[in-house]
Design a protein around this ligand. Structure first.
Ligand SMILES: NC(=O)c1ccc[n+]([C@@H]2O[C@H](COP(=O)([O-])OP(=O)(O)OC[C@H]3O[C@@H](n4cnc5c(N)ncnc54)[C@H](O)[C@@H]3O)[C@@H](O)[C@H]2O)c1
Length: 431
């Protein structure tokens, strides 16, 4: 099948490469000409494990092409996938300008029967409003929210656990079966429903996962007060099959380009329909509080130091990605910098230019090795649990640092090992 994918970001590029991998012919279109130039030169513009190889396969097989020209992407396509950004506006609502921008381009160029597949996360009702935009054209709209996770996006894209489809007609459902048939050979993954339900599945899923995290963070704060260890509590709770162990990890809170914006969007959407989003609001508030929990612990450890230095291990919002959108590390850094604290950071993938773009040049310096970054620091905070940070040489760290506080923001380290090296250990919810 001939497919065009609009947006060559984390979702669009992975989707395009996965469709090409299973035999479809894909034209991936992004209006960012520098991104397209990089892709045409064989370079993937961001870090995602396994993606360069998959893109190279697609290009080699001539089933994956790149363009910045919407007209040529639309021409001859049977399906157009929308994978453009849907960032938040100041009031929490969703900025749909990129979606409408692509819709206008498709409307202007389409000459054939075309199905638009909306993979971007969009508020409930967007399918209906896009259907109105395409009225009088041979275009129909299907909702197909995406669930891939950055860091394992290629595996998720090639082996989705479910494919949620909001479609109105049998013809639409048949087309989707044909498109996804190579991904669903082993067992049925397609779940058909109304577009409104499909749109809400995405917000429901992200909000549920975020709720588990905030719930554990709240429980962790209580555990600290009463002398319990949240890690033992987490294991005990997760062993109940009705609860399960995923997304039960307390820490510095969730970040990234999806959870924070999707929760705020759902909160806004519910408010518009006179539903009081009590749980969602609390989940967001708890997540913001979690940054303060860590900053308070840091400030408590540097009170006697006239020129304190704090080092953060990890800047990406989670391991195996270079994405720093809504990264907790930058929120912690910002609060410390505002108080005049010197902050350094280390990260295996994130670049200084990315950091400067978010918090300004010359404010947070990135040091190439995590051990070098720790030299002379008063407090070290583990913010992102990159694999290489999981078991450092604590004795060496103790000789490098000026101070003796390690804050384990992801509960990765053994208190026994850390204290044996002469450090004070501070975990999340570990009294
Ligand atoms: N990143 C994730 O993990 C993830 C997971 C599931 C769903 N989503 C959703 O998928 C959508 C895309 O997310 P992302 O992280 O890939 O975003 P992104 O910012 O990485 O990529 C969006 C791309 O769209 C391009 N674009 C904007 N307008 C365009 C136009 N008119 N024509 C062609 N290209 C255009 C931008 O230049 C950019 O490259 C969002 O709605 C997001 O909520 C993201």
């Amino acid at each position: 099948m001939r497919i065009s994918v609009f947006g060559a970001g984390y979702v669009g590029l992975v989707t395009a490469a996965c469709f090409a991998e299973v035999g479809h012919h894909v034209v991936c279109c992004d209006k960012d000409t520098s991104k397209i130039a990089l892709l045409r030169a064989g370079k993937v513009p961001f870090f995602e494990p396994g993606l360069s190889e998959l893109v190279a396969n697609g290009v080699r097989s001539a089933r994956l092409e790149f363009t910045a020209d919407a007209a040529s992407a639309v021409s001859g396509a049977r399906v157009a996938v929308l994978a453009v950004g849907t960032p938040p506006l100041a009031d929490g609502s969703t900025d749909l300008r990129q979606i409408h921008g692509v819709a206008d381009e498709i409307r202007g160029h389409v000459r054939q029967t075309l199905t638009v597949l909306v993979k971007s996360t969009v508020p409930v009702g967007t399918n209906e409003s896009l259907t109105k935009v395409f009225a009088g054209t041979p275009v129909n709209v299907i909702s197909n929210p995406e669930f891939l996770r950055e860091g394992s996006a290629v595996a998720d894209g090639l082996k989705p656990d479910r494919i949620i489809v909001g479609a109105r007609t049998d013809a639409d459902r048949d087309l989707i079966r044909e498109l996804y048939e190579p991904f669903a050979r082993n067992h049925e993954k397609l779940m058909f429903m109304t577009p409104e339900s499909a749109e809400l599945v995405k917000y429901g899923a992200n909000s549920m996962l975020a709720t588990r995290i905030s719930f554990m963070n709240e429980l962790a704060e209580y555990a600290t007060r009463i002398g319990a260890d949240i890690e033992d509590v987490r294991r005990g709770m997760g062993a109940d099959p009705r609860i399960g162990s995923s997304y039960l990890y307390p820490g510095i809170g969730f970040g990234g380009s999806c959870f924070p914006k999707d929760l705020r969007s759902l909160e806004f959407q519910m408010g518009q329909h006179d539903v009081d989003p009590k749980i969602i609001t609390s989940v967001i508030a708890r997540n913001e509080r979690q940054i303060e929990v860590v900053v308070d612990a840091i400030l408590g450890a540097i009170t006697s130091q006239p020129k304190p230095v704090v080092v953060l291990w990890g800047v990406a919002f989670k391991p195996n990605t270079d994405d720093i959108r809504e990264a907790p590390a930058l929120k912690v850094a910002q609060l410390l910098l505002d108080r005049g604290v010197e902050v350094r950071a280390a990260d295996p993938i994130v670049s200084q230019a990315q950091i400067d773009e978010v918090i300004g040049k010359g404010r947070l310096s990135l040091v190439e090795s995590e051990m070098k970054a720790a030299e002379g620091a008063d407090v070290l905070v583990l913010v992102t649990e990159w694999r290489q940070y999981r078991s450092p040489d604590f004795d060496e760290l103790r000789t490098l640092m000026r101070g003796s506080t390690l804050i384990d923001g992801r509960n990765q380290w053994s208190r026994r090992q850390v204290t044996a090296a002469g450090f004070t250990y501070v975990g999340i919810g570990r009294s």
